[in-house]
Design a protein around this ligand. Structure first.
Ligand SMILES: NC(=O)C1=CN([C@@H]2O[C@H](COP(=O)(O)OP(=O)(O)OC[C@H]3O[C@@H](n4cnc5c(N)ncnc54)[C@H](O)[C@@H]3O)[C@@H](O)[C@H]2O)C=CC1
Ligand SMILES: O=C(O)C(=O)[C@H](O)COP(=O)(O)O
Length: 376
């Protein structure tokens, strides 16, 4: 069996080498010739899997994407060809939730405007939106949710319309798939009119897909409105963001919100499980045996952290300012965006940090936030 896999997918050798020949490729520039004799294709979001890539790949029986988003896969074509296709829903939800929470704490500190006390609107309340909601609620921040599809499906959380969310929220974070059809398309969901409708001093964060915001309109609006604060991890036209947009953004990163080591590993592992099921084989490897152990350091908070101390704790796990700084230096270099993603130093999730000696102090909410506790 020949398995062609994106080189940015960790643990492929460890999980798939028993099953056949593994060939690692650059997913962005993958060609038909490289996939021609593959039985299994493992991709990430940068590979468009469609007729022009797969025409003539007669042996291909399995396509797996180690991502949540599926907008790069031509599902109708794959179905028509009878090629089994799967993704990895939820694999990097915690990573995205923690990234966004982290970014909000950074904005709060930078603009002397505490996160506690604000109302945060979450547009799209699926895996990543819910992971963010969990962090915010652990910290005691009020959230409003907008998700017409979940609302219609009977999800028992409370939902508001997008107009109401925009009107009532101090902070808005986007967590929708990129869709162009159906009753609730998300392409340019934040167009010029909606951007203009944002309340004064709104913080707008986008970690889902660049095209959910009209980026040219965003430049025009932001040039008129210095009160708006932006965090963008995703960009229209990746890997070449509009160069005028980057300096207008407070925190700018190259589509790495989901890049925790745990998140990426879960993505590969879910594809391994799916392939084993397709082959009728027993899963004989475990995710925990692949991941490095939790950090051996244990931290003992002596008192309940205030927002500044919480940010220090969060920065200890992942200092978002490093990626922002590097991105500004490199995004215009040849392949700068993709190289930064390829060489991204995997961050751990909050759970990698153990908090000890907390008995008696009122810090249970830190465990709700995701940190591990000794003996928990
Ligand atoms: N920056 C990054 O590294 C990452 C980006 N993503 C992106 O984020 C998207 C969301 O990820 P998940 O939360 O895991 O997906 P999900 O499928 O679990 O949740 C998406 C939610 O959005 C809702 N939705 C769809 N259209 C909507 C609309 N018009 N208005 C409001 N809600 C709407 C859906 O009902 C669903 O509940 C992915 O599709 C992917 O494109 C995901 C992971 C990492
Ligand atoms: O899961 C998704 O959807 C994502 O956006 C991925 O985290 C993006 O990472 P790559 O697949 O582009 O490496």
């Amino acid at each position: 069996m020949k398995i062609v896999a994106d080189e940015n997918m960790p643990y492929v050798e460890a999980l798939f080498a028993d099953l056949g020949e593994v060939v690692m490729v650059d997913g962005r520039t993958l060609t038909q010739a490289q996939v021609k004799d593959a039985d299994v294709l493992l991709v990430r979001s940068v590979t468009k899997v469609n007729k022009s890539l797969l025409d003539g790949c007669d042996r291909l029986k399995f396509v797996g994407s180690a991502t949540i988003g599926m907008d790069h896969l031509d599902l109708d074509y794959l179905k028509q060809r009878g090629i089994f296709c799967t993704n990895a829903p939820g694999c990097n939800a915690v990573a995205v939730g923690e990234y966004v929470f982290n970014a909000m704490l950074e904005l709060a500190r930078r603009f002397h405007s505490p996160l506690k006390g604000k109302t945060v609107g979450i547009v799209g309340a699926g895996n990543t939106g819910t992971a963010l909601q969990k962090c915010l609620e652990a910290y005691g921040v009020k959230t409003l949710l907008n998700d017409p599809l979940l609302e219609q499906s009977g999800d028992d959380r409370e939902f508001v319309s997008l107009d109401e969310l925009v009107e009532r929220c101090d902070v808005i974070s986007l967590h929708v798939p990129l869709t162009r059809d159906g009753e609730h398309p998300t392409h340019y969901l934040f167009d010029k009119a909606r951007l203009n409708a944002l309340a004064e001093d709104t913080w707008l964060l986008n970690c889902c897909r660049g095209e959910v915001i009209d980026n040219r309109a965003l430049i025009e609006v932001k040039q008129q409105r210095s009160d708006l604060k932006l965090v963008l991890d995703v960009w229209e036209g990746e890997p070449l963001p509009l160069p005028e947009l980057v300096p207008l953004v407070e925190i700018a990163t190259p589509h790495i919100a989901g890049y925790s080591l745990e998140g990426k590993a879960r993505g590969t592992f879910m594809l391994y499980q799916a392939l084993m099921a397709q082959l009728g084989k027993q899963v004989d490897k475990s995710l925990s045996s692949l991941l490095p152990p939790l950090w051996s350091h244990q931290l003992s908070p002596l008192s309940v952290p205030d927002e500044k101390a919480l940010l220090c704790l969060v920065r200890l796990v992942y200092d978002l300012r490093d990626d922002d700084e590097l991105f500004r230096q490199r995004f215009q270099n040849d392949k700068g965006f993709d190289l930064m993603r390829k060489n991204h130093k995997h961050r751990r999730e909050f759970s990698a940090l153990m908090l000890a000696n907390t008995a008696g102090s009122d810090v249970d909410w830190l465990f709700e936030l995701g940190f591990s506790g000794v003996g928990l």
